[in-house]
Design a protein around this ligand. Structure first.
Ligand SMILES: *[C@@H]1O[C@H](CO)[C@@H](O)[C@H](O)[C@H]1NC(C)=O
Ligand SMILES: *[C@@H]1O[C@H](CO)[C@@H](O)[C@H](O)[C@H]1NC(C)=O
Ligand SMILES: *[C@@H]1O[C@H](CO)[C@@H](O)[C@H](O)[C@H]1NC(C)=O
Ligand SMILES: *[C@@H]1O[C@H](CO)[C@@H](O)[C@H](O)[C@H]1NC(C)=O
Ligand SMILES: *[C@@H]1O[C@H](CO)[C@@H](O)[C@H](O)[C@H]1NC(C)=O
Ligand SMILES: *[C@@H]1O[C@H](CO)[C@@H](O)[C@H](O)[C@H]1NC(C)=O
Ligand SMILES: *[C@@H]1O[C@H](CO)[C@@H](O)[C@H](O)[C@H]1NC(C)=O
Ligand SMILES: *[C@@H]1O[C@H](CO)[C@@H](O)[C@H](O)[C@H]1NC(C)=O
Ligand SMILES: *[C@@H]1O[C@H](CO)[C@@H](O)[C@H](O)[C@H]1NC(C)=O
Ligand SMILES: *[C@@H]1O[C@H](CO)[C@@H](O)[C@H](O)[C@H]1NC(C)=O
Length: 471
């Protein structure tokens, strides 16, 4: 009896629109279990990329949400082929945006397209929702290039919506997709393109799966981070392709810790850090795994930028190929393949501790060495580097010879380049590490290991080689 009722209501939902043909009846009957679904065209979405479809899209989401509570099942809001220009849309519990591979949701580029509170400036926003998702093979596009005030190959100058005082500073632009206080999120098979600011943002959320997602942001635009995992637990990222100006995968802790983050099988290129813990780091980061990742021509590879007193432990980086090069120094990063730092951001900050890091099976080609820097109050302890092939050579003309503590701390400090530059460490293991150096005299780097015994204690080396190589 229940089955029959369910099927009937499915049919009513589907047949109230012209755009559903008899073939979809066939597919509804053939595939089960099948999700409830409502196309945005049912409520009059034009999909012409010119008229705002905000109201029809929101009506479809709301209708789906009603269907969800009635049938206790997920409901898909279908975007057929087309371009759907919209102001902020609000995702509800149980609702999945199902964007056809020839469909694009286009974010509005006007301040009035977004809610009053700056914390809600997203093209797609889910708040306190459960069992939500985005899928379908299509695209969400933030039209980020329309926020560029002046194009500059060093770093674009962006508009900032700071005149209403809802937001202060020079980073007042909308993010693309946000989940705030949500659980059971599934984002798969979707392209997230040209965000005006951060791209995919998880906030205080739990149990998120992100797979087969392509993220593309303009290489010269600042702040277009790929995935920001803020104060959220149990996040799994896999098979992602991220190509952005700013940090690609970026856990942050502002109001709570981040536990259990896994990112595997990804390809990343960024003008900033490929993987960055921080710099907002007020609480714990614990139990992260980054495996089978390729990092291509980025400004920094694997980075811990701990500045606010949060502690970090139990992080593994395995099977990772990295190439890092210099870009304009207005971007944080100095071509370090690996960068592990903790220092107090400013006089009011504390230094967090970093412990139990494992780097295993890492191959890198880079213009700078590895930087490992604890500080007085925050020592790095129990770091292991196993099976590392590190090649050092220069191929750009940007100047070297600086260590980069930004943001805050000692900022940029003149220092000659080393293979491993180390300070304030207790417990460090090298096993099967091969460092190869380009013979180029002009490089002025001749220091495989740079440390002072007064701040670095208990180093062990097994099979550590350092040698020059012929090109
Ligand atoms: C507003 O943003 C512009 C552009 O980034 C910036 O130059 C200016 O300093 C900002 N003004 C305020 C009050 O933050
Ligand atoms: C996590 O979310 C998925 C859906 O994305 C769901 O199938 C699974 O049951 C959830 N796990 C927990 C522990 O709630
Ligand atoms: C994440 O887990 C920590 C530790 O159990 C907990 O304190 C925190 O509230 C959790 N955060 C979320 C968003 O569930
Ligand atoms: C992290 O994962 C472990 C192992 O799956 C689990 O026992 C623990 O509860 C998770 N932590 C949080 C905060 O969910
Ligand atoms: C590693 O990731 C790539 C995709 O980037 C994938 O093709 C390959 O199968 C993965 N390897 C393993 C061992 O999972
Ligand atoms: C790294 O490069 C090696 C050799 O070039 C290759 O065998 C391996 O699959 C690559 N791993 C990743 C994660 O790309
Ligand atoms: C970090 O660890 C230190 C030493 O155990 C502790 O005093 C401090 O409260 C921790 N910080 C946070 C933010 O939990
Ligand atoms: C490093 O290079 C050696 C010799 O070329 C190779 O046997 C080894 O597998 C490589 N290790 C990694 C982690 O790529
Ligand atoms: C490191 O690489 C070796 C050889 O390719 C492999 O046997 C081992 O499982 C890898 N270790 C990890 C932690 O992935
Ligand atoms: C030295 O460091 C290693 C690796 O962190 C650790 O296992 C060992 O206990 C340390 N030894 C001492 C004497 O502290």
């Amino acid at each position: 009896m229940f089955q029959v009722q369910l099927l009937l209501s499915l049919l009513t939902l589907s047949f109230t629109t012209q755009s559903y043909s008899s073939t979809s009846l066939l597919s509804i009957l053939q595939s089960k279990p099948n999700p409830l679904s409502i196309p945005v065209t049912k409520f009059g979405a034009a999909g012409d990329g010119i008229h705002y479809d905000t109201v029809p899209i929101q009506k479809a989401i709301n209708a789906c949400s009603v269907a969800v509570s009635k049938h206790r099942r997920q409901c898909h809001v279908i975007f057929p082929p087309g371009n759907y220009l919209t102001a902020t849309i609000f995702l509800k519990s149980g609702v999945v945006l199902d964007i056809h591979k020839k469909a694009t949701i286009l974010g509005g580029t006007k301040l009035e397209d977004y809610p009053k509170e700056q914390s809600k400036w997203y093209v797609v926003l889910a708040e306190d929702a459960a069992d939500v998702g985005i899928t379908g093979g299509g695209e969400i596009n933030g039209q980020g290039l329309k926020f560029v005030q002046r194009f500059d190959k060093k770093k674009n100058v962006m508009v900032s919506w700071n005149h209403t005082r809802a937001c202060l500073g020079d980073e007042c632009r909308p993010r693309l997709v946000g989940f705030i206080g949500c659980r059971n999120i599934e984002i798969s098979d979707v392209r997230l393109i040209e965000p005006a600011y951060w791209c995919l943002h998880l906030v205080r959320s739990d149990n998120t799966s992100i797979s087969d997602v392509t993220i593309y942001g303009d290489f010269n635009s600042p702040n277009n981070d790929g995935i920001d995992i803020e104060d959220s637990n149990n996040t799994v990222i896999t098979r992602c392709n991220i190509n952005t100006g700013d940090d690609a995968i970026c856990p942050k802790s502002s109001t709570g810790p981040v536990h259990n983050l896994t990112a595997t099988n990804c390809w990343i290129r960024t003008k900033s850090s490929a993987i960055k813990l921080g710099s907002a780091s007020f609480y714990t980061f614990k139990n992260f795994l980054f495996d089978n990742i390729t990092i291509f021509e980025s400004h920094r590879g694997l980075a811990l930028q701990i500045r606010d007193g949060g502690n970090v432990s139990d992080i593994t980086f395995s099977n990772i190929n990295i190439s890092t090069r210099y870009y304009h120094p207005s971007w944080w990063g100095r071509a370090e393949p690996i960068y592990v730092t903790t220092c107090p951001r400013d006089a009011t900050s504390k230094a967090g501790s970093i412990s139990n890091l494992l780097f295993v099976n890492i191959t890198s080609t880079s213009e700078n060495g590895i930087f490992l820097s604890g500080s007085g109050g925050g020592v790095l302890s129990n770091l292991k580097f196993i099976n590392m092939n590190l090649t050092y050579k220069r191929w750009t003309k940007y100047p070297d010879g600086w260590v980069d503590y930004r943001p805050g701390c000692q900022e940029l400090v003149k220092h000659q380049t080393a293979g491993f530059m180390m300070e304030h460490i207790d417990g460090l293991v090298f096993e099967n590490v091969v460092m190869k150096w380009s013979n180029d005299e002009s490089m002025r780097w001749n220091n495989p290991l740079d440390f002072r015994p007064s701040t670095v204690n208990n180093i062990s080396m097994l099979n550590f080689y350092s040698r020059s190589y012929q090109q």
